[in-house]
Design a protein around this ligand. Structure first.
Ligand code: SF4
Length: 128
């Protein structure tokens, strides 16, 4: 495939992605994700199960089912990377690693609580 064909295909993929996300979010009152979040993917995403699926299922309407997205995530080999990525970016919308925004928020709070408990724990003493 020539370089121009590759670029053309990439541009088409980008337009299709933008169209799908726009359509999925039209019925949502949530703020739109940043274009950067939608179009720039980290290197690990090349192995993602969702790479070849539509993105609409990952942006269900408020109160909508996550099961379609979760079924894709269940077969994904980069779930850990995906969850870590999403946890470090609170502004990300939609389903990442099978988790909702609410679930990720709870995980961040739990992680913070664990870190605070660790810092409060008395230093172990060595008596012998
Ligand atoms: S875990 Fe799910 S959202 Fe994350 S890359 Fe894999 S399929 Fe996509």
């Amino acid at each position: 495939m020539s370089k121009s064909q590759t670029m053309s295909n990439r541009l088409l993929e980008t337009w299709e992605l933008e169209a799908e996300v726009t359509a999925a979010l039209m019925s949502s009152s949530e703020p739109l994700p940043g274009l950067q979040d939608l179009l720039v993917r980290p290197a690990w995403h090349s192995g993602a199960a969702c790479r070849s699926t539509g993105v609409a299922k990952f942006f269900p309407p408020e109160g909508g089912s996550l099961s379609a997205a979760r079924s894709v995530c269940e077969s994904c080999v980069v779930t850990e990377e995906c969850l870590s990525y999403a946890l470090s970016r609170p502004s990300l919308k939609g389903v990442w690693a099978g988790t909702s925004e609410r679930r990720r928020q709870a995980l961040r709070k739990r992680s913070l609580a664990v870190a605070l408990d660790i810092n409060k724990a008395p230093a172990a003493s060595c008596s012998g």
